[in-house]
Design a binder for this molecule. Structure first.
Ligand code: NDP
Length: 252
């Protein structure tokens, strides 16, 4: 293992997709990782088992984000997992997309739900995490390329734009504690979030490859390695930044 021995990390949405890969890689570097999930307990257990089989340390924590008391539930689970240990690394990764929340079809309800999970939850999770965090801690927010390219899922895009803005002001406020805050902004990555159009469609994969400099769509590990970099000591002088991790999507 590597440079994160003795550190604690929580990855929201660490049970599947990009979050799962982040959890596995943080654990491979030696961190004790809380694998947060909302509904899919089997996926969270499988992620923890994979980490343990590789010699790492992890536990699963359930909290349905967007529900009443979500932050309380999460931090009760974290305390059960690691007691009074301070927190070193927070990865705000959990989010969902609503393909129905377009400019024509969005409703106040779909808006509220997207912002509750994708914006309100990371804000108040971070607020609760900061007093538990060691000076020199790390916060990484997982945003999206839809903050700079247009998409029909306009409300999802707005929620990710809010997260980018959050990173910058939070980074400024936490700098005096040596806590860095950065955004990793994935492009098109093969996870369940895209399975309805990407995973089983050779045509969709070809068109994504054609608009990507490196000629393919992303895999969770491609994104996770950038998150682990921001979480590491090597990234100590980088804060308030957004890194596009997308293989050169729509470069020109
Ligand atoms: P997945 O749908 O594969 O996984 C989502 C994860 O978040 C799961 O662990 C899920 O847990 C958890 N989650 C979602 N909603 C909730 C909720 N309400 N409460 C608790 N947990 C929740 O997503 P990805 O891995 O694709 O996405 C990870 C991040 O990357 C997201 O922020 C996404 O916006 C971003 N992203 C993804 C891209 C892509 O192409 N895949 C592109 C750009 C950004 P459970 O199953 O238990 O609910």
């Amino acid at each position: 293992s590597g440079g994160l021995e003795g550190r604690t990390a929580v990855v929201t949405g660490g049970s599947r997709g990009i979050g799962r890969s982040i959890a596995e890689r943080l654990a491979a570097e030696g961190a004790l990782v809380a694998v947060h999930y909302g509904n899919d307990e089997a996926a969270a257990r499988a992620t923890v088992a994979t980490i343990e089989e590789a010699g790492g340390q992890a536990f699963a924590v359930r909290a349905l984000l967007g529900a009443d008391g979500d932050v309380d539930t999460l931090f009760a689970g974290l305390r059960a997992g690691w007691g009074d240990r301070p927190l070193d690394i927070l990865v705000n990764n959990a989010a969902f997309i609503d393909y129905g929340a377009t400019i024509d079809k969005a409703t106040p309800e779909s808006y509220e739900r997207l912002f509750a999970v994708n914006v309100r939850a990371p804000l108040f999770i971070t607020q609760r995490a900061l007093p538990l965090m060691r000076d020199g801690g790390r916060i990484v927010n997982v945003s999206s390329g839809v903050t700079w390219f247009a998409t029909p899922e306009i409300v999802y895009a707005m929620s990710k734009g809010a997260l980018n803005v959050f990173t910058r002001s939070l980074a400024n406020s936490q700098g005096s504690r040596g806590i860095t805050v950065n955004t990793v902004s994935p492009g098109i990555t093969d996870t369940d979030m895209n399975m309805n159009w990407l995973r089983d469609s050779a045509d969709a994969q070809r068109s994504v490859a054609a608009m990507t400099a490196l000629g393919r769509h992303g895999r969770p590990a491609d994104v996770a390695d950038a998150v682990v970099f921001f979480a590491s000591d090597d990234a100590r002088w980088i804060t308030g930044q957004t890194l596009e991790v997308n293989g050169g999507l729509l470069l020109g």
